[in-house]
Design a protein around this ligand. Structure first.
Ligand code: UDP
Length: 327
């Protein structure tokens, strides 16, 4: 059992990972300023409302709690917003990470799992994407993650900080026991938007049907959030066992088009999805699919929930609860 500090543990992936860590017997403290996360996602006993730039408070907390390792989720995640407010993204995602890393150095904490993204690859020349393909981000969001990955490379070399960067493909779904789910505000992700379109009757817009794919819509690699959480545990335990710094894709290797996801949502819910075809969204690659072999072979990760049906079933169960609660 280890003591783990989770930044951004009140957010979507952070809260699912915190749950998985606790179930695995680890002891967890969450640092979240609740700027985008939700207090109801975290046991109040473990929540510290601290900003990452408050180095003194972070150092004190890490020392008092004898933290063994950090899992760092706290960041802004919306690609579109990052193109409108790049300063905000660099200051929060890069500046916040650097402040956290400085606090870790001062407190002598030498293990970190970092939330990275498939957006570090931009518009890749080929799919499936392997980890050795070059960084080529096409948004401030993607570049903010590249910058942190690069900083981690230097800190591995000069500070003996061992870190694993996990490059997520399309995180989705909800805790299979219904305790947590996806609650972004505003929501920009495909599956929750499809469920909301069913609920409200307001058509969602498919961003382009003229891509070079079989049905013309974009293809993505959808990964269940609980399998993502499990990837963090594999990475963490590797570092705690003395494993080296590295980077891994987290996806399934299977791609689904937007229209295929719509059809799957209709099958699971038994309802029609109202939608219309709109223009392309700037910055969208036609196909983003991971080669996730490295995570399976090196860290022994085994996804359990990432078939599209389970993803949608768990997301739909959570959405129905939210509707019932009037949220
Ligand atoms: N998408 C869409 N309409 C929407 C939101 C998303 O057609 O309102 C498409 C988007 O173009 C992409 C896929 O759904 O091909 C997944 O988008 P999402 O924003 O969920 O994740 P991203 O791929 O940007 O990480």
């Amino acid at each position: 059992m280890a003591k783990i500090l989770v930044t951004g543990g009140a957010g979507y992936i952070g809260s699912h990972t915190t749950l998985a860590l606790v179930e695995r017997g680890h002891d967890v403290v969450v640092v979240d300023n609740l700027s985008r996360g939700h207090a109801h996602n975290v046991d109040p006993k473990r929540l510290w409302r601290i900003h990452l730039t408050d180095t003194d408070a972070l150092v004190r907390l890490m020392r008092a709690e004898k933290v063994d390792a950090v899992i760092h989720f706290a960041a802004y995640i919306a690609v579109g917003e990052s193109t409108r407010e790049p300063e905000l993204y660099f200051s929060n995602n890069v500046g916040g990470s650097l402040a956290l890393l400085t606090a870790m150095q001062q407190a002598g904490v030498k293990r970190l799992v970092f939330s990275s993204t498939a957006a570090v690859y931009g518009m890749p020349e080929r799919v499936p994407i392997t980890e050795d393909m070059p960084f080529a981000p096409v948004s401030p969001y993607g570049d903010s993650k590249v910058m942190v990955e690069r900083i981690l490379g230097w800190l591995d070399q000069y500070r003996d900080l061992r870190s694993i960067s996990l490059r997520y493909f399309n995180a989705c779904g909800a805790d299979p026991q219904g305790r947590l789910g996806e609650e972004h505000n505003p929501e920009t992700h495909l599956i929750p938007l499809l469920l909301k379109a069913i609920e409200t009757g307001v058509p969602m817009t498919v961003f382009g049907d003229d891509y070079d794919t079989p049905d013309g819509t974009c293809i993505r690699d959808y990964i269940h959030v609980s399998d993502l959480a499990e990837a963090h545990i594999c990475a963490l335990e590797s570092l705690l066992n003395g494993g080296p710094s590295d980077a891994f894709n987290v996806g399934t290797g299977a791609g689904y088009s937007v229209l295929e996801v719509i059809r799957a949502v209709e099958e699971v819910t038994g309802r029609k999805v109202p939608y219309e075809i709109g223009p392309r969204r700037p910055g969208d690659a036609a196909v983003l699919v991971a080669n996730a072999d490295k995570l399976r072979t090196v860290l022994g990760w085994r996804p359990q929930y990432s078939d599209l049906r389970t993803i949608i079933e768990t997301a739909w169960e959570f959405e129905k609860k939210r509707i019932a609660k009037g949220q």
